[in-house]
Ligand binder design. Structure first.
Ligand SMILES: Cc1cc2nc3c(=O)[nH]c(=O)nc-3n(C[C@H](O)[C@H](O)[C@H](O)COP(=O)(O)OP(=O)(O)OC[C@H]3O[C@@H](n4cnc5c(N)ncnc54)[C@H](O)[C@@H]3O)c2cc1C
Ligand code: FES
Length: 290
């Protein structure tokens, strides 16, 4: 992106003062999650500054000479020194990103956007429903909720993937499954190999999940059609629109409400989202690129 200035990270104020500044980060580790999905662990080239973010926020990641894309921050917000992004390679920039190796440089701008209502959810049951590459934007919330479990009611994570091979963070999901403080259920659209678990779309897990709809908040990430069916199923269980939060995707350029690329009704997804309370976007939701 030619308008970017490439800078070493000097301090956080610098980042906030000029959100167009791209800061150089070094790839510390690459973790292959599935055949097309990988996690980059990044550290600032100038190591003096820690990076803080809220669950649900994203960064603009710049693959030098190729382009810049929005990618959610997928690590633990209580460990901001470990900056993680999990990306599925789908096109020009993300395929170039997948070729990065330890020691390579990436440009980072952010963090941008709104966050999951982890404070407002205190005292509530929390149901997280997501599919495929929708889990990375929600993983920081899972970490936050589990770290303060005594402040919440029941925690439920419902996760769907196309096939067992598409499940991201498989080992970590297995560890969460063994815990008594979160109920985890996983399903795949199509069983392959040794899969002996649920088969069907993620919404089929909702009727059997245990939570109190009157005091539940829901957090959903997935393709818009998946979110639409998930919202309908949660409403059938008795959740109100005001208790449902979704994360939206739109094409982005600036990331902070300047260029208008990510317009969604009266909102900019980069600034007013990506996390929205459902009742606020309901009139525009599911209406394509409006
Ligand atoms: C706020 C926000 C957070 C995001 N967080 C993540 C994240 O954590 N991890 C992640 O992997 N992605 C995330 N995305 C999506 C990511 O930004 C896009 O996949 C990326 O911009 C694609 O750029 P590209 O140059 O690789 O593909 P392009 O060359 O622009 O697109 C190539 C082809 O892929 C299709 N395509 C584009 N995006 C997607 C997609 N998301 N899924 C399937 N097909 C697609 C296009 O329609 C096109 O046909 C996020 C998007 C937003 C707005
Ligand atoms: S990406 Fe520029 S306004 Fe949202």
């Amino acid at each position: 992106m030619s308008t970017n200035l490439v800078h070493d990270l000097q301090d956080e104020e610098d980042m906030i003062a000029n959100p167009m500044l791209t800061h150089s980060y070094v790839v510390k580790r690459v973790q292959q999650e599935t055949y097309d999905t990988f996690t980059l662990e990044l550290e600032p080239k100038n190591k003096t500054q820690a990076f803080s973010f809220a669950p649900g926020q994203f960064n603009m990641l710049y693959v030098f000479g190729v382009g810049e894309v929005p990618i959610s921050i997928s690590g633990d917000p209580s460990k901001p020194e470990t900056l993680l992004h999990t990306t599925r390679a789908v096109g020009t920039v993300t395929n170039a990103m997948r070729k990065l190796r330890r020691g390579d440089l990436v440009g980072v701008r952010g963090p941008f956007g709104t966050s999951w209502p982890v404070e407002e959810a205190k005292g509530h049951d929390v149901v997280i429903v997501t599919g495929g590459i929708g889990l990375p934007p929600l993983r920081p919330s899972v970490y936050r909720l589990l770290s303060k479990k005594q402040e919440y009611g029941k925690l439920v994570l419902l996760y769907g993937a196309r096939t067992p091979e598409d499940i991201v963070y498989g080992q970590e999901i297995e560890q969460w499954r063994k815990r008594s403080d979160i109920a985890v259920d996983v399903t795949v659209d199509r069983a392959t190999g040794q899969w002996r678990g649920n088969v069907g779309v993620v919404t089929t897990l909702i009727p059997k999940a245990t939570f109190d709809p009157a005091k539940t908040m829901a957090m959903i990430v997935g393709p818009e059609i998946m979110m639409r069916f998930t919202i309908a199923e949660l409403q059938r269980r008795g959740l109100r629109d005001e208790s449902i939060y979704i994360s939206m995707e739109r094409n982005m350029k600036c990331g902070f409400g300047f260029c208008g690329h990510c317009q969604f009704g009266p909102f900019f997804v980069c600034k007013d989202g990506p996390v929205f309370r459902y009742d606020r976007v309901k009139p525009f939701f599911g209406k394509g690129e409006i």
